[in-house]
Design a protein around this ligand. Sequence first.
Ligand code: 5AD
Ligand code: SF4
Length: 465
Amino acid sequence: MTNASLPNARKVFIKTYGCQMNVYDSERMADALGASGYVETKEMAEADLVLLNTCHIREKASEKVFSELGRLREMRAERREAGGDLMVGVTGCVAQAEGDEIARRAPVVDLVVGPQSYHRLPEIVARARSGEKVVDTEFPPEDKFSHLPAASREATIARGLTAFLTVQEGCDKFCSFCVVPYTRGAETSRPVADVLAEARRLADAGVREVTLLGQNVNAYHGLDATGRPMGLGELCFRLADIPGLSRVRYTTSHPLDMDDGLIAAHRDLDALMPYLHLPVQSGSDAILKAMNRRHTAAQYLAIIERIRAAKPDMALSGDFIVGFPGETDEDFEATLALVEAVGYASAFTFKYSTRPGTPGASMTDQVPEPVKAERLARLNAAIAAGTARFAQSCVARTLPVLIDKKGRNPGQVGGRSPYLQAVHMDGPERLIGQIVPVEIVAVGNNSLKGRIVTRVEPGSASLVA
Ligand code: 5AD
Ligand code: SF4
């Protein structure tokens, strides 16, 4: 019998903030709690346990947690008045960074669990249920992944055709604006066998596309069965051998870890999608130095050139921060020039946000808010123009699209191009799960419109009835 069919099973609601790794972690937490009798619910109102899986990367992300905790305090008071109760936990990077302060400031919180302790969640929840307030933000020496239960086949099927898979965690780069090395700790890679076993389970449950996750994923160096470290490029080849897994992606990467093995994989491995998220943060050498990025703009452009020589149709994406301390108009112009030079297919842009404990926080020449806002608007316009140009360049091309959902209207389906663009088209629902050739006919709002190409291969049935 599954937990879902137990009428009196306790219910957990997990609210996820921030990056894709938190999405993955929330699934692992649900799996861990599932093994100890909790059923996941999508309705906060019916939960016995609410977990906020938080993000600390920028101030705004962190602040959201405290306003949500305010609402949960009211919800708990109402429950108690009605004779019920509610348990509340904070997990993720805010938990790691501000664990003790949360416990002090927010009495509604029963448990605080950092990202390296998720395998202990069932035990921590049990202790909290008996009235203890638990704060666990240790970086334990054991490997949490080997202690976390695998998702059930049922849960994996319910999560759909595409899945995240964490292969690497933590970061040793210490960019001067970033909290990640403090919240996620030192860089570690999961062993190759573990990654392959998890990927096989995903494929067995029907997953067609896997996105490998890591804060510095291209620094992956997991050990193989002989104890030799394997790079991300070779790992992608091994994953592509798994029957059913047709597409591999990875995010997010550091320019200095873009090694020859990974570039060769982009050249030689069709299953490795031609989309690369390679943050640069700024186009100014002075700012890159102050950010401790350890590369110049010219070095970044040279890396892009090597990648494009190997894979000419690579769609590039990036992250940018405007208004880092000391950024002048000239520095910002250099960022715009770099955007033009690269020709990004998409990018994420942020105003610099001071993070406590990072070197950037104590830099004196902070940029005024209105200047940041103006630069952000100009950068966004440049990025949007590039995205539109890239989308337009896809029109009249026939791209393999992984159909992964029903469309907005009956008789329509939606999917993803190799470049991670959303594509909508007419087509029968039974195509969901297949990769079909689609001619791009128009560019819509944040998506492409396509037409399924009926291609009858000799000796095979027609793809579309
Ligand atoms: N302020 C603004 N943006 C930040 N990022 C990381 N730290 C900060 C900060 N303090 C951005 C970077 C990173 C992305 C995940 O978030 O661009 O690549
Ligand atoms: Fe943060 Fe990425 Fe820099 Fe690491 S490489 S410190 S995760 S921005």
